[in-house]
Design a protein around this ligand. Structure first.
Ligand code: DX5
Ligand code: ZN
Length: 220
């Protein structure tokens, strides 16, 4: 489901915090728990100091959930691999502004394959760098931790960056969504949404909870 009328905050549990020996069941648990999207973190050990999985995880997970697959590429040279993630079943592919020279070309490639395109921005990158690409984007992914690991603390100052991202979105790409990723929990979710986040990614806050349904409800 793609949702952009601003009436509801979407919750996107990050399957990075799930049990990798049981990913099909982890994906299946999310729709009944009330999740809107599945956030899928791809790491290459080069752009970030951690390794996760590639296309095959996405194509193998696809039959286990009808939810929107929100694929977050934390990889070097995303242009080289973007199309294969779309073919594997991504509904949206985000890549990092810091990882790609040909940002316009990569957005075009993702969209030409019939997929939505997002641009992710690290906590120490000037948010205004997204301005030239906004008119083409479906989503801006504001990182509220340095990418690489789940379970980190929300960085102070991220709310200000969300406000700026939402302001730029309103000006240059009114139908795009703003997503926040990293350290989201029941204590800061409302503040993040009020600052402009339309989509909240949550790893540990959902997968670390005994009751995922209650955890997702408490994020809304
Ligand atoms: C960080 C990932 C995030 C992360 C979120 O590199 O992109 O999606 O797993 O997990 P939490 O909510 O635990 O910070
Ligand atoms: Zn992520």
């Amino acid at each position: 489901m793609w949702y952009n009328n601003g009436m509801k905050t979407l919750i996107a549990p990050s399957i990075l915090s799930g049990n990798f020996a049981n990913m099909g069941a982890e994906a299946e648990s999310l729709a009944p728990a009330g999740a809107d999207w599945v956030h899928i973190d791809v790491m290459d050990g080069i752009f970030v100091p951690n390794l996760t999985f590639g296309f095959k995880m996405i194509s193998d997970l696809r039959p286990h959930s009808d939810l929107f697959f929100d694929v977050h590429l934390m990889i070097a040279d995303p242009a080289r691999y973007a199309e294969r993630f779309v073919k594997a079943g991504a509904d949206l592919v985000s890549f990092h502004l810091e990882a790609e020279k040909d940002i316009n070309g990569t957005i075009d490639t993702i969209k030409r394959c019939g997929c939505k395109a997002g641009l992710a921005v690290n906590p120490d990158t000037d948010i205004d760098k997204i301005i030239p690409y906004l008119p083409k984007l479906d989503l801006v992914l504001v990182m509220s931790v340095f990418p690489g690991f789940g379970g980190q603390k929300f960085i102070d100052g991220s709310l200000e960056r969300l406000r700026r991202a939402a302001e730029l979105r309103d000006k240059y790409a009114p139908s795009a969504l703003v997503e926040v990723d990293g350290g989201i929990n029941a204590g800061n979710a409302v503040a993040a949404a009020n600052a402009g986040a339309d989509v909240l990614v949550a790893g540990n806050a959902v997968f670390g909870a005994a009751d995922r349904r209650a955890a997702i409800k408490s994020l809304r």
